[in-house]
Design a protein around this ligand. Structure first.
Ligand code: SPV
Ligand code: MG
Length: 433
């Protein structure tokens, strides 16, 4: 009897899966490898159903002989451990994010005398609909809200990109690339006060009222499934902040980040060029305590952002504030810096980590942007935010198009920097029913 192996990452089984497993079992004894949560989170949204329950989907099927754990993205470990004669997979991985895994598998199978059988990927509408409906479920508040905390447990660090409207939300949702066998995507969305304000032609001074901010957040939520971190500026008055927090929690935001400034807020990257006042630590701690007291879930996170390095108050001030805010219940700390080098951030991270090994630490490497994510993670970062890059990259492109069309008196000159209209139309999905 030959040994046949297939892997699955799915949360739901539909008849398309069952049919292909049945066919695979005709080649021999069928073994199913169920991908672990952390492996799935390496290339797509984490599963909603636990690994144990996903195993149960397969355990009682007549044509499945054995269910095993697949805890690596590639196949080497599976081949070494179970020596399957035949691997069965859909033919959809010939191109795209999994093609490097396929190439490596073919190489391994050659050395080892195994065979790869690929079945045509099921494009049937009813099967797609099951998957679409399930995907849609991920955008529901009760599912999305807890996803940031889940990712923090599953990934070495969480990679976040800003979005400030539906279009940029879609771009973050769909951006992906492969580097070797690794598939990279953004894990979450940063709804930045700077980009939200700038995209409306307004300064980043807490001018945009919360009704408008929430409308924007909802627009992003309508077209995405990834968890959302909201830049809450200073949080405003404590009496008002408790209402904002409840709304954000209710609509499915995962975290709000508030900065310990008070009075007329200016963007942090101005540093001390403009007058900015840091709040009294105890007053800011009261704001955190009040916000925590109105939460109804354990999922929503209040992250305290410390501005001591921005305002040249030094590491000790930042560390003392971190302690005070954590005592008040902060679920994470963001340490901001406008230095071109990461040294002051590293100094803080090292001492912070000694004292708090498990509290999530958020970095925003806008100015020290020559440092790669992995290095920031090695210094203790759990969340890394690209805070403004979609807005900043679109701005010069739009300005150039506007100017060149003026200069030329026609628009053909910008065809090379414009997305064809047909591609725009295709990029915006139409809801399937
Ligand atoms: C934002 O994105 O609005 C931020 C980060 O608050 S920064 O602009 O660096 O202050
Ligand atoms: Mg901001």
């Amino acid at each position: 009897m030959k040994r046949v192996y297939m892997s699955f990452s799915t949360d739901v089984l539909h008849y398309g899966h069952l049919e292909v497993m049945k066919k695979a079992s005709q080649y021999g004894e069928l073994m199913i490898g169920v991908l672990t949560d952390d492996v799935i989170a390496q290339y797509k949204s984490p599963p909603l159903v636990s690994w144990e329950d996903r195993c149960k989907l397969f355990e009682n099927l007549d044509f499945v002989a054995q269910v095993v754990k697949k805890d690596t993205i590639g196949y080497e470990k599976i081949l070494q451990t179970y020596h399957p004669d035949i691997i069965v997979h859909g033919d959809d991985w010939k191109s795209g994010i999994k093609s490097a895994i396929r190439t490596e598998l073919l190489e391994l199978l050659k050395q080892y005398g195994g065979e790869l059988i690929e079945y045509p990927y099921n494009e049937e509408n009813s099967v797609n609909l099951v998957e679409t409906m399930f995907h849609r479920g991920q955008s529901m508040p009760e599912v999305r809200r807890g996803m940031l905390r889940k990712l923090l447990t599953l990934k070495p660090y969480v990679r976040v990109m800003e979005a400030h409207d539906g279009l940029t939300g879609l771009i973050v949702e769909n951006a992906q690339c492969t580097v070797g066998q690794e598939t990279r995507t953004y894990d979450a969305i940063w709804e930045s006060s700077l980009c939200d304000s700038a995209s409306r032609g307004k300064p980043d001074i807490e001018l945009i009222d919360w009704s408008s901010r929430i409308t924007r957040i909802q627009e992003i939520m309508e077209v995405t499934t990834k968890p959302i971190m909201v830049d809450g500026d200073t949080g405003g008055q404590i009496d008002h902040f408790v209402y904002i927090v409840q709304t954000l929690e209710r609509i499915g935001v995962s975290a709000v980040v508030i900065e310990d400034k008070t009075g007329a807020k200016r963007n942090s990257l101005f540093g001390t060029e403009v007058a900015q006042t840091q709040d009294e630590p105890e007053h800011f701690a009261d704001k955190i305590r009040a916000a925590k007291s109105v939460l109804t879930t354990k999922e929503f996170m209040i992250i305290a952002r410390i501005e001591s390095l921005i305002l040249n108050k030094g590491e000790n001030d930042a560390l003392a504030r971190a302690e005070c805010y954590i005592r008040a219940g902060a679920d994470g700390i963001m340490i901001h810096s406008k230095s071109r080098e990461p040294d002051e951030v590293y100094g803080f991270c090292e001492k912070f980590r000694q004292k708090y090994p498990d509290i999530p630490l958020v970095l925003v490497p806008t100015t020290y942007n020559h440092i790669v994510e992995q290095e920031l993670a090695n210094h203790g970062a759990n969340i890394i935010i690209y805070a403004n890059h979609l807005l900043r990259s679109a701005f010069p492109a739009m300005k150039r198009a506007a100017t060149e069309i003026l200069q030329n008196g026609s628009s053909e000159c910008v065809d090379n920097i414009c997305m064809p209209v047909k591609e725009v139309i295709r990029f915006i999905p139409v809801t399937e029913r």
